[in-house]
Write a protein that binds this ligand. Structure first.
Ligand code: CIR
Length: 259
């Protein structure tokens, strides 16, 4: 199985003005639209500098959260899966990603329900895929998705996401193929057996949503202790601003679909 961090393509979607009304679990103020756009543009620039070909889709004003393309599909070298996002306001995003994905993937599978699954709950490892149960991904959805993943040749394991963590990957990300950065609440996740689990430093839980692209880890720019941790391990990293997307419960992985 290829490295889970070796990507050549990505699909992103520019934020629409409505993105400032994106879902947030804990309330809080709207993000600043110009700031959101700047964070998104810097992210796309980083993906391109790391060698990815990036399709940038048009904004969808009817869907405030549509810039988070990670949640509506899964993409692999072997094919893609259209998901059923768990937030009712996001269900209609799937129809808008179908054609852009079909342009790249001849093999296109699709969840049909009744369950739900968000891509933010899916962590791809070197030898398997973890599906986190969350407020967005339910057991029927996880089980249907596991069956679709098997058709593409991927073994899935179902895990629990700690309460208060939006998506499984809100709380963890790959430092490398064998090492996970995780919030303490995920530290003893049984599905991490066989991997090294490194905890986010105190006060930096929000740093956990890192995104490794090839040999480089993208990480939020507000987390100096996490940067030091990566540096001490000899991991090349690139710090990106996430202040505005954090207002709407998002991080770095959420803004792209990669394969
Ligand atoms: C939502 O609640 O759906 C968006 N405001 C944030 C989605 C973040 N996506 C992700 O973690 N994969």
């Amino acid at each position: 199985m290829p490295s889970p961090c070796a990507f050549t393509y990505a699909i992103v979607r520019s934020p629409a003005p409505s993105a400032v009304k994106g879902i947030r679990a804990g309330g809080g103020p709207d993000p600043d639209f110009a700031g959101l756009v700047a964070e998104h543009e810097a992210y796309v620039g980083a993906l391109r500098e790391l060698g990815l070909a990036v399709d940038v889709l048009e904004p969808l004003d009817d869907f405030p959260d549509a810039l988070f393309t990670e949640d509506v599909a899964l993409t692999f070298p072997e094919g893609a899966i259209l998901l059923r996002p768990g937030a009712p306001s996001r269900a209609g995003e799937v129809a808008h990603i179908r054609v852009p994905i079909a342009a790249h993937h001849r093999r296109l599978l699709e969840m049909t329900g009744p369950g739900h699954a968000d891509g933010g709950d899916i962590l791809r490892l070197a030898d398997r895929v973890i599906i986190g149960l969350s407020a967005r991904t339910d057991r029927p959805g996880a089980e249907e998705l596991a069956g679709l993943l098997a058709q593409l040749g991927y073994r899935a394991e179902i895990a629990d996401t700690p309460p208060g963590v939006l998506h499984f990957k809100t709380g963890c990300g790959l430092i490398d193929d064998r090492t996970i950065l995780a919030v303490p609440a995920l530290g003893d996740c049984p599905q991490f057996a066989g991997l090294e689990v490194v905890m986010t430093p105190p006060g930096e839980d929000a740093a956990a949503n890192i995104l490794r692209i090839g040999d480089t880890v993208l990480v939020g720019d507000r987390w100096p202790a996490t940067h030091a941790l990566l540096e001490a391990r000899g991991i090349a990293f690139r710090a990106l601003a996430t202040d505005q997307i954090a207002h709407i419960d998002a991080g770095l992985s959420c803004m792209s679909l990669r394969w």
